[in-house]
Design a protein around this ligand. Structure first.
Ligand code: MSP
Length: 639
């Protein structure tokens, strides 16, 4: 039986980071789990290459869009290869086979009466490639906080409004279509509130798939991108997908637009969507635009990639946001992998070597441990089936702890000294070895390499990945089997040293990828020049004179004010400033202030702040705003 799953296809305006790796690793874990249940599971990933954002990024890099997208798409591929992530299809939206599928889809929708010509005026966010319905000129994009642009275009529209009831029926008849429940509820509310038709071509953009119509229309990136899931497997019988794994921010495109396009084209719908949460770093979504990305390769080089895979799947409740930190990564590695699993494996195998010449003894197993194992198998499989990896791994680790306690209770090192206790010793050894085998199979989807090593050390034939997880049961370990060569799988790691190394490699990887994206890497870091920075470093900070146009308190946040500040741009900036304890809103109205204008936007209390206000303070003291004695117009730059 086939199982076809996909990751989102990643935008090529950023190099791969931990957020992309998280989704791809999770998808590959699901693929491996399905394979171990006997499915012929296939995984598609790829690159989303069209649109204004990419066009601009290529230009900034001094490359043609083709050169630029090829370089970044290759970077994604090679990253997944180096991280050992086995995908089956990598679809680029610039692939001619994809262009053909997109045009075909458009024709099918048109033939069925769901496409019409119309004109659209509205706010558009070039960064998110999104028309922002209900936004007024000057409003920031609700997703990224950057200013939107007003555009008017003669476009082709998709009759999304015709699908409201059909979508509601779909969600009703298939309650698992959108998971987790929170996302399903969001989508239900959105669809129930009414659907507007969707403009699916653009004339303002050149870098896209030409639409088969009069004039210079290219397809809207989301119409283009979603169809890649089908183009990737064109000519196979894999469509419809069994699962689209996505991040929570793109649920609407997948749960509303995508099924509507497919219904309009009379094509089969995917079976399910699952939206995972975000990896946060320093309390914010990890993303290139926020400048807080961590790269997976340095972690791989210092700790081995499965440490990262394990950490992400164990630490973050699937479907919810979770934080990444190097400290937490190393702590979990040492406690769960080095001391937990690694220790169980080396203890068990060394005892078999020492007390039974390296052969698995023939013996009765301990009934309490075998019952606990059976329970762990059932629970883990049910939880993995539900993509509840963190709880599944918790179940496995509580079983590992139970086996550890069993070993201490039995004290095989004492039994070995007493010839009368031979049966009990054999039973202890068989029980722990069989427990280790079971743990190894259950963990194989999450840590394929490490479990492969333990499998070999246990003397098992074949690959652990070829074992049927659904047929896993206590007692399958064959007595008499000779174990393999014992070697540590998870050596303990010195936290300070490892974190220093990862940070240093991270800086190198960032510079390399910046070069790939055509941005010159910083020549010298502040740290390497005795704390001095060059004038060119200072010049990177865009400091502007601003005038406060409005100020109001932020609900539930005593320290914050929500400001609109004119910095000489067509529209004022929204800035959330931590100055409420020092200034009442009316005190700073019309006041000239200093704004850091090129700080990455940041969401504070749900408001996207597009810059920072400059203030001085001493430790623990109230902030005092920087200002001017002479008159100076808004927008003037501080140099
Ligand atoms: N190109 C679109 C998707 C089109 S799919 C037909 C896109 N690309 S993206 O590169 O911005 O992000 C895609 C996915 O990367 C997210 O949905 C998510 O799965 C993953 N992530 C990117 N940053 C992430 C985090 N900080 N945390 C977790 N996942 C993140 O949207």
């Amino acid at each position: 039986m086939k199982y076809y799953l996909t990751t989102p296809i990643y935008y090529v305006n950023a190099a791969p980071h931990l957020g992309h790796a998280y989704c791809t690793m999770a998808a590959e874990t699901i693929k491996r789990f399905k394979q171990m249940q006997g499915y012929d599971a296939r995984l598609t990933t790829g690159s989303d290459e069209h649109g204004q954002k990419v066009e601009r990024a290529a230009k900034a890099a001094g490359k043609t869009p083709e050169e630029y997208t090829t370089a970044v798409a290759n970077e994604f591929r090679s990253e997944w290869d180096k991280l050992g992530i086995q995908y089956d299809y990598f679809i680029r939206t610039s692939d001619p086979k994809h262009h053909e599928t997109v045009r075909d889809m458009f024709e099918r929708c048109r033939k069925n009466g769901y496409i019409y010509e119309g004109s659209y005026t509205g706010q558009y966010c070039a960064n998110c490639e999104l028309y922002v319905n209900d936004a007024k000129p000057g409003d920031p994009c609700p997703d990224c906080g950057r200013p939107t642009e007003t555009v008017t275009e003669q476009n082709y529209f998709f009759k999304l409004s015709a699908f409201q009831q059909k979508l509601l029926d779909l969600f009703e008849s298939n309650p698992n279509f959108i998971r987790p429940e929170t996302r399903r509820n969001e989508v239900l509310a959105f669809v129930r509130s009414g659907l507007k038709d969707l403009s699916i071509t653009r004339t303002t953009i050149k870098w896209g798939i030409p639409a088969p119509v009069e004039g210079k229309h290219v397809f809207y990136v989301w119409f283009d991108a979603l169809i890649s899931y089908m183009s990737a497997v064109k000519g196979t019988d894999l469509w419809p997908a069994d699962l689209h794994l996505i991040g929570k921010e793109i649920v609407r495109f997948h749960a509303v637009y995508w099924p509507a396009f497919l219904m309009a084209a009379d094509l089969p719908l995917p079976k399910a969507l699952y939206a995972h949460g975000w990896i946060l770093f320093e309390n914010d979504k990890m993303s290139k635009s926020r400048g807080n990305v961590v790269k997976p390769m340095p972690i791989h080089q210092v700790m081995g990639i499965e440490a990262l895979r394990y950490f992400l799947m164990r630490e973050i409740v699937f479907g919810q946001d979770g934080s990444f930190s190097y400290d937490a990564l190393v702590t979990r590695y040492n406690s769960d992998l080095a001391n937990g699993l690694g220790n169980l494996a080396s203890r068990t195998l060394t005892m078999i070597q020492q007390y039974n010449g390296g052969a698995i003894p023939a013996a009765e197993s301990d009934p309490a441990v075998s019952a606990a194992a059976q329970q762990a198998i059932t629970n883990t499989i049910a939880l993995f089936e539900n993509f509840d990896f963190s709880r599944g791994l918790e179940v496995i680790w509580s079983f590992i702890s139970a086996v550890d306690r069993f070993i201490v209770q039995q004290a095989p090192w004492k039994l070995a000294k007493d010839p009368a206790a031979k049966d009990q010793l054999d039973s202890t050894l068989y029980t722990t070895a069989e427990a280790l085998r079971i743990v190894t199979v259950l963990l194989a989807p999450v840590m394929p390499v490490a479990t492969g090593k333990i499998w070999k050390q246990l003397g098992m034939a074949g690959q652990v990945a070829s074992t049927r997880i659904d047929a896993l049961a206590w007692g399958q370990l064959k007595p008499g089997q000779q174990i393999g060569e014992i070697a540590p799988v998870f050596p303990r790691i010195d936290a300070k040293d490892a974190i220093e190394k990862m940070r240093a490699l991270e800086a190198e990887a960032t510079a390399q990828q910046a070069a790939l994206l055509g941005k010159p890497a910083p020549k010298e870091s502040a740290a390497s020049s005795n704390g001095h920075i060059g004038i060119e470093d200072f010049a990177k900070v865009d400091l502007r004179v601003g005038v406060v146009l409005s100020a109001e308190p932020v609900k539930g946040a005593d320290k914050l004010l929500h400001l609109k500040v004119d910095i000489g741009e067509p529209e004022p900036r929204t800035i959330v400033a931590g100055i409420a304890e020092a200034y009442k809103p009316e005190q700073i109205l019309n006041r000239k202030v200093v704004i850091v204008a090129n700080l990455a936007p940041r969401k504070l209390r749900g408001i996207m702040s597009q810059g920072m206000i400059v203030a001085a303070s001493i430790d623990g003291g109230k902030p005092v705003l920087a200002g001017f004695l002479e008159d100076i117009p808004a927008g003037a730059r501080l140099k």
